[in-house]
Design a protein around this ligand. Structure first.
Ligand code: PEP
Ligand code: MN
Length: 339
């Protein structure tokens, strides 16, 4: 950490800062510049909060040098993390496309959707049993009944399943139903108690980026899961909120590049919740693969017009199949592959 003192800082104020740094096991070096005094602090600065330090008298600013995330960083682990979900690898050269409805609705809907996922060539399926809806009067998902349906479909079609966990009290039920990947949605990215609890399992976790979260906050959220003992984390960019109203969220393509540079974790993209419009999904998906995404999470519904959740962004089964074919071309153009 670098601490810049005010121009008129007194020796007593400098001494207080040095004492504080020493108390945090940091080695302080006071450097006299021509204009002002700068103090360099060397050591593990993670336990020291720069903002807290700035409350001390005589400090102009304190700047952290080391990032606060460690276990999820590429510095800590150079090689890409590959996550194995019942034999399906996420984060390897092969790109995975996860398809399925926004919400689990009926056995028939899930059966047709699963057939569509398989025939498109996808090896993982999505479906929300617990839905985080903006309105309490909207369809909230089938709940535990939805988990049972997912399990049934998963067994029938040999498709590992990803589904969203919103409430820490449901974690045991998710484990009982042996959900393959736990999704933490955008609204819960900073639900730290939830993150700690999924961190205590070994289940793969898809951590969606908070709709207004910086990349650093997103990686810190991932660090919560890793620090609790679970490094099976897949980051998911799903668009961020801006002033624009022409689409649902702004897909942050640059975030794919930054997240992959900063972290060794796989990064997937949800083009459906980004664009929020069916006609945008394909191009956003292809752009994401071109930018280095390790996979996609795509809404698909056998009959989008009747979908109980996010009807305007779901692809038809045949549109998913066509997206997979196009994705293969882009993947191969950048030296990657699709199953
Ligand atoms: C979802 O994937 O069903 C979902 C609710 O996504 P998000 O958390 O990104 O809004
Ligand atoms: Mn949705």
């Amino acid at each position: 950490m670098i601490i810049v003192m005010n121009k008129d800082a007194t020796q007593a104020q400098i001494d207080v800062v040095v004492t504080e740094l020493t108390a945090h096991n940091l080695q302080a070096t006071v450097m006299q510049g021509t204009e002002r005094i700068v103090i360099g602090a060397v050591g593990d600065e993670r336990s020291l909060d720069a903002k807290h330090l700035e409350t001390l008298a005589g400090i102009e600013k304190a700047v952290r040098i080391v990032k606060q995330y460690k276990m999820v960083s590429r510095e800590f682990h150079q090689a890409n993390k590959i996550i194995n979900v019942r034999g399906v690898e996420i984060g390897s050269k092969q790109i995975q496309i996860i398809g399925g409805p926004c919400a689990v609705e009926t056995p028939e809907q899930m059966d047709i959707a699963a057939k569509g996922v398989v025939s498109a060539g996808c090896r993982l399926m999505r479906g929300g049993a617990f839905k985080p809806r903006s309105s309490p009067y909207s369809f909230q998902g089938l709940g535990v009944q939805g988990l049972a349906l997912l399990k049934e479909i998963s067994n029938k079609y040999q498709l590992p399943i990803i589904t969203e966990l919103m409430d820490v009290r449901m974690l045991d039920t998710f484990l009982k139903y042996d959900v393959d990947i736990i999704q933490i949605g955008t609204r819960n990215m900073q639900n730290f108690d939830l993150l700690k609890e999924v961190g205590m399992t070994k289940k793969p976790v898809v951590l969606k980026r908070g709709m207004s979260a910086t990349i650093s906050e997103w990686l810190m959220a991932a660090e919560y899961i890793a620090a609790a003992g679970n490094d099976n984390i897949i980051l998911c960019e799903r668009g961020v909120r801006t002033f624009e109203t022409a689409y649902r969220n702004m897909l942050d393509i640059s975030a794919i590049l930054v997240a992959k540079r900063e972290s060794h974790l796989p990064v997937i993209v949800d083009p459906s919740h980004s664009g929020g419009k069916t006609w945008m999904v394909r191009d956003l998906a292809l752009a994401s693969i071109a930018a280095g995404a390790d996979g996609l999470l795509v809404d698909m519904h056998p009959n989008p017009r009747e979908a109980l959740c996010d009807a305007d962004q779901a692809l038809l089964p045949e549109e998913l199949a066509s997206l997979v074919t196009a994705s293969k071309t882009v993947a191969e153009a950048i030296g990657r592959s699709l199953p």
